[in-house]
Ligand binder design. Structure first.
Ligand code: GAL
Length: 656
């Protein structure tokens, strides 16, 4: 496990580099990441490459045993390139080319941009290939499924559609273009959706537009990876994912890459609503699940955030340490804090690093120094891994489809996933977050909320899982759409009807309206947003609506299917329902439960063939006491303990 920092040598006087390296080394920093925005220093004039300053930086840090993650600087082309080729700048959905002076505004599909990006990448990799100080490459920075509507993107999108559907007839059919005289009679009539009025866009067009944009990001990664690989066959390559409106399909983005990296900015305000608890841990599990192995945190929260928005509160005492350890125990093997020192200039001067503008040690720096020491103690966890009994399926296509059509007031695809994740977390379970085509055979419980877009491979995967004895949970809005994002002439949940032994007689998007359901044991829960009124064939009711016109009609069902069981939750409840439901499922499937964990305490269990380590993280603002069933040895404080007393954001790790 290693700690690093993001460093911007081009923003500081050269005279500071050595001092920074010396302080970092003394503190315990093992890695820096540099270069992602430094194209204008690397190629100050067209075709003139200058690596002397980068050589100096890498050399100085390497002399202090600090390795470098070097980035291709393609996120920010230099202004000379924009001036010469303004067509490489992205165009918004309104047809207006955005302005230079910000970042990430290049069109990654532009052939001119790609030529220059390839050349700078080739030059860098030729220069640095085989140099051991370069520990890894990061491609670009936070690539998105950019909504660029320039002529190149339009042309490529049209080709992408023709590739997929053969001809205009195929596209018209897939999109159902007979609606509103939308039939294309010439390829040039195909336009990317505009933001205005969003409500009137064809959802089939919108989903393919998302897929195309996501594929474009993956294609850029693929090309850059091949460019690097031609010169250096060994160095590991990654790119850094972040969470945004235009998330690409992470499974495709990282397909060719050696490891996953994530920019981790956990919330600085602890949610007041208990339904929101634990939701950040979900994203760490999601990142681990992309390649089903350890990942890197390329940017980790370090100080108050904000610049273009009002600033957030500073990380509370314990948060710098706690959030980094939380990432480590959930599968990160490297955490780099963003950033070593806060910028004095530029748009991000208030997005704070570890050190403030003053460059003098502060409270956060002291906590960070402690973190570096603590991490050295955790090497014992290096060869341990997470084994999970439960998995939650995440579908980038479902997420995109719900962004296009939000269904009902308050409905959130991700919130459904995090509701189940939180419920499992409350009982101390390890959870994997995996794609719908993952091998599910190792799980006792699989939860696949709102699989909205049907994919034969995923449907078969879920049937196979249940046939072989698995326990599966599906929820409302599953099976609604064909692969084109069009509705299906069948009762819901279409392809899953047989599996759940029931269908939806009627649905009611009640939005913020409130209803209640009552489970088989008589417990009542509030529900809202959506009501599927279930009609049972082989299934039994697990819960029924408890009021209004749907009273006594099934809302949650349970069906034995071959060797397994399939549940269907036809509504959306508050956290108490998911807690009780998951508790029952864990009992039935034999997943061990840790009862009585204080709210906010997260548990991750890591194992190797000999030992099991239980990591308790108090992700709350209250102190927590956790009695242990027997005395256990703490690898954090090197003593035996029969109970753990955790301050806010503190972690303790015991050997079972
Ligand atoms: C990240 C980005 C960094 C920096 C940081 C703080 O998303 O990769 O370059 O901008 O946010 O805003």
């Amino acid at each position: 496990m290693r700690i690093g920092v993001d460093y911007y040598p081009e923003q500081w006087d050269k005279a500071m580099w050595e001092k920074d390296a010396e302080t970092m080394a003394r503190t315990g920093v093992k890695l820096i990441r540099i270069g992602e925005f430094a194209w204008s220093r690397i190629e100050p004039r067209e075709g003139e490459f200058d690596f002397t300053w980068l050589d100096d930086v890498i050399g100085i840090f390497s002399a202090y045993a600090i390795g470098t993650i070097l980035c291709t600087p393609t996120n920010c082309p230099p202004l000379w390139l924009y001036e010469k080729y303004p067509e490489i700048i992205q165009v918004g959905s309104d047809g207006v080319r955005i302005r230079t002076g910000i970042r990430g505004h290049r069109c990654i599909n532009s052939p001119v941009f790609r030529t220059y990006a390839k050349r700078v990448t080739e030059q860098m990799i030729r220069h640095y290939s085989g140099k051991p100080a370069v520990a890894a490459w990061q491609i670009d920075n936070e690539l998105e499924a950019y909504p660029c509507s320039c002529d190149v993107c339009k042309g490529k999108f049209r080709d992408w559609l023709l590739d997929k559907y053969n001809d205009l007839d195929g596209i018209n059919k897939a999109f159902g273009n007979s609606v509103w005289s939308g039939e294309y009679s010439s390829i040039t009539q195909i336009q990317p959706p505009t933001d205005y009025p969003q409500a009137w866009q064809n959802p089939a067009l919108c989903l393919d537009w998302y897929r195309f944009r996501s594929d474009s990001a993956a294609d850029f990664v693929r090309d850059t990876t091949l460019t690097i690989r031609l010169e250096d066959t060994k160095v590991p390559i990654t790119t850094n994912a972040h969470l945004c409106r235009d998330n690409p399909d992470f499974y495709k983005l990282f397909d060719l890459l050696d490891f996953v990296s994530f920019d981790n900015y956990p919330p600085l305000n602890i949610p007041a609503d208990p339904d929101e608890y634990y939701s950040h841990a979900f994203y760490l599990d999601l990142m681990r699940g992309i390649k089903d192995r350890n990942f890197c945190i390329m940017e980790q929260l370090s100080g108050p955030t904000g610049c273009w928005t009002p600033m957030s509160p500073a990380p509370r005492s314990g948060m710098i340490m706690g959030y980094a350890l939380q990432a480590f125990v959930r599968g990160a093997d490297t955490v780099l804090h963003f950033r070593w020192r806060t910028a004095l200039t530029g748009a991000e001067m208030y997005w704070h690093g570890i050190l403030d503008h003053s460059n003098t040690p502060n409270r956060r720096f002291l906590e960070f120094s402690d973190l570096c020491k603590k991490v050295a103690q955790l090497n014992i966890l290096d060869n341990t891994y997470i084994v999970s009994d439960a998995a939650i399926i995440y579908s980038p296509e479902a997420e995109a489809a719900f962004r296009i059509q939000p269904q009902t007031e308050g409905f959130s695809y991700i919130k459904q996933l995090t509701a189940f994740h939180s419920a499992l977390t409350k009982f101390g379970a390890n959870i994997d977050v995996v794609p719908s085509n993952a091998d599910l055979s190792r799980y006792k419980l699989v939860i696949a909320p709102s699989l909205h877009i049907n994919k034969k491979e995923s449907t078969e995967n879920l049937y196979r899982y249940v046939i072989n004895g698995g326990t599966l949970v599906l929820t409302a809005r599953s099976g609604v759409k064909d692969e084109h994002n069009n509705c299906i002439m069948d009762t819901l949940p279409t392809v899953f009807k047989e599996l759940i032994g029931a269908d939806v007689a009627e649905y009611d998007p009640i939005g913020n309206g409130k209803r209640t359901i009552r489970d088989f044991a008589g417990n009542e829960y509030e529900c809202s947003q959506w009501c599927d009124i279930m009609r049972l064939s082989t299934a039994r009711a697990y819960a029924e609506y408890n009021d209004g016109e749907y009273r006594c009609m099934p809302s949650v069902t349970m069906n034995r299917y071959c060797n397994g069981v399939a549940y269907y939750v036809g509504t959306i409840c508050r956290s108490d329902f998911y807690e009780d439901f998951v508790s029952n499922l864990m009992m039935q499937t034999g997943i061990p439960k840790l009862k009585g964990l204080p709210r906010g305490v997260e548990v991750t269990t890591r194992t190797n063939s000999r030992d099991e380590y239980i990591c308790f993280f108090n992700n709350s603002e209250e102190s927590a006491v956790i009695p242990l069933p027997k005395p256990m040895y703490s690898i954090i404080s090197s003593i035996g303990k029969d109970k753990l007393e955790l301050r806010p954001f503190e972690m303790d790790i015991v050997r079972k």
